[in-house]
Design a protein around this ligand. Structure first.
Ligand SMILES: [Zn+2]
Length: 426
């Protein structure tokens, strides 16, 4: 076939896919709710999943043949910091950078995150996110669906009424979620900072505004205060006791520990962080000591009946695009069953973000947020880092189209060679 003919075929194929439903054939499908199926066809109409059916009886065209891969819903990270990046000097201090440079870096992090199979993230959260979100929504920047807190409260001098006012102003500015610091950083020992009364004011006002709230808390007392105030979610929790975990479960407060990526990434990039704020020798010592402590904490959390665990990485500079390491660590090191870890990063996460009607599972009516990985993550969780295909809202984001483009649904081995030929000449 001539080069022109190949281009014509590809152009026709693209025209066809723009107008007709897209079909994906999957060798293995994990639906994000704990279910697994083999040899299925997923039909996508526009931005949504229309149907999931057995490949055996299907006679139509296949747009993307993923029969050698495992198809999953796009992954979700409930805690990232997309604006966090290493500047031109290689450091995380970002001194002297312009807003444009910072926005560019955040966009780059968004792209890395999407390419790693994360089609939805919650940023906890920078004012820069409103500009980034606008760019992402119109497709000017490629990245995941973004929810953001647009900022955070850490000022302990505010009265409960002033805190309520701040929560209202965040809601009015368009924050999807409210973020407060109820304890110090782990690098400063993690002690409680906001009073129980201040925490309660923030959580009650967030609820009154119809907003979810993420409470940063390491100290046991801060976690307890958040649970008692009925706060929506607690993140970190490195110092929680079994009683605190039981209280979180009893109060229905979601718990988002971060045990497998954030600290490891700080240590791997120590030279890029050291000397900035509380990233000093003592801070690094607290973080290093925190690794085994957080592992043991997570294992206790796993054994706590009724506790809902979330998958948030707290990814900062250096960690973006490696988000799946948190899931892999939870399975490989902490012993969480792979099925549970995957459900936590898909349907459970969607529910925690208020997006259960939007994404988080492969089911009719939900957004066509679909990824394919090499291998079956139920058998080898590291497969989550071998993302070969990403679709978000029905749009192909990763995966060279001809590599997966297909002809009628026949034995894949019979036509795979033909596609390779087209690709080589094109
Ligand atoms: Zn964070």
């Amino acid at each position: 076939m001539s080069r022109t003919a190949v281009c014509l075929v590809l152009a026709l194929a693209q025209t066809a896919t723009a107008q007709q439903p897209i079909t994906l054939r999957a060798g293995t499908l994990l639906d994000g709710r704990g279910g697994m199926q083999r040899n299925v066809v997923v039909r996508v109409n526009g931005s949504r999943i229309e149907r999931v059916m057995a490949a055996a009886g299907y006679r139509g065209q296949i747009t993307y043949d993923l029969s050698a891969y495992t198809l999953l819903p796009g992954l979700i990270d409930t805690h990232v910091h997309l604006e966090s990046h290493f500047g031109p000097d290689g450091r995380a201090s970002n001194q002297g950078e312009t807003p444009a440079q910072r926005l560019y870096a955040a966009g780059d992090n968004a792209y890395r995150t999407l390419m790693a199979g994360f089609t939805t993230v919650q940023s906890i959260g920078s004012p820069l996110d409103s500009a980034l979100k606008a760019l992402l929504q119109r497709g000017a920047v490629k990245g995941p669906r973004l929810l953001s807190s647009l900022g955070a409260l850490s000022d302990t001098s505010l009265t409960p009424e002033q805190i309520r006012e701040w929560v209202r102003s965040q809601a009015a500015r368009g924050a999807d979620v409210i973020k407060i610091f109820a304890s110090k950083s782990i690098r400063e020992g993690g002690g409680q900072t906001l009073s129980d009364q201040q925490i309660r004011a923030a959580c009650e006002e967030a609820r009154a505004q119809g907003k979810r709230i993420w409470v940063h808390a390491h100290a046991s007392s801060a976690v307890r205060a958040a649970a008692q105030a009925g706060c929506f979610a607690v993140t970190h929790g490195s110092q929680v006791t079994d009683a605190d975990l039981a209280l979180l479960a009893e109060r229905g407060t979601l718990f988002e520990p971060n045990i497998g990526l954030v600290t490891q990434n700080y240590l791997e990039n120590k030279a890029r962080y050291l000397g900035i704020g509380n990233y000093d020798a003592a801070g690094f010592k607290f973080m290093e000591d925190g690794i085994p402590r957080k592992l043991a904490m997570f294992q206790r959390a796993l054994r706590t009946p009724g506790l809902t665990l979330l998958m948030g990485t707290d990814a900062t500079a250096g960690a973006h695009g490696q988000n799946a390491r948190e899931i892999i660590y939870r399975v490989q090191v902490a012993g969480q069953p792979a099925r549970d870890a995957i459900v936590t990063a898909t349907s459970v996460a969607a529910r925690a973000l208020g997006l259960e009607q939007v994404t988080g599972a492969i089911a009719p009516g939900l957004a066509a947020d679909l990824i394919a990985v090499q291998g079956n993550p139920l058998l080898d969780i590291t497969a989550l880092r071998r993302v070969v295909f990403v679709m978000k809202d029905g749009v192909l984001e990763k995966g060279h189209p001809p590599a997966f483009a297909s002809v009628p649904n026949v034995n894949p081995a019979a036509w795979r060679g033909r596609v390779l030929t087209v690709r080589k000449r094109g």
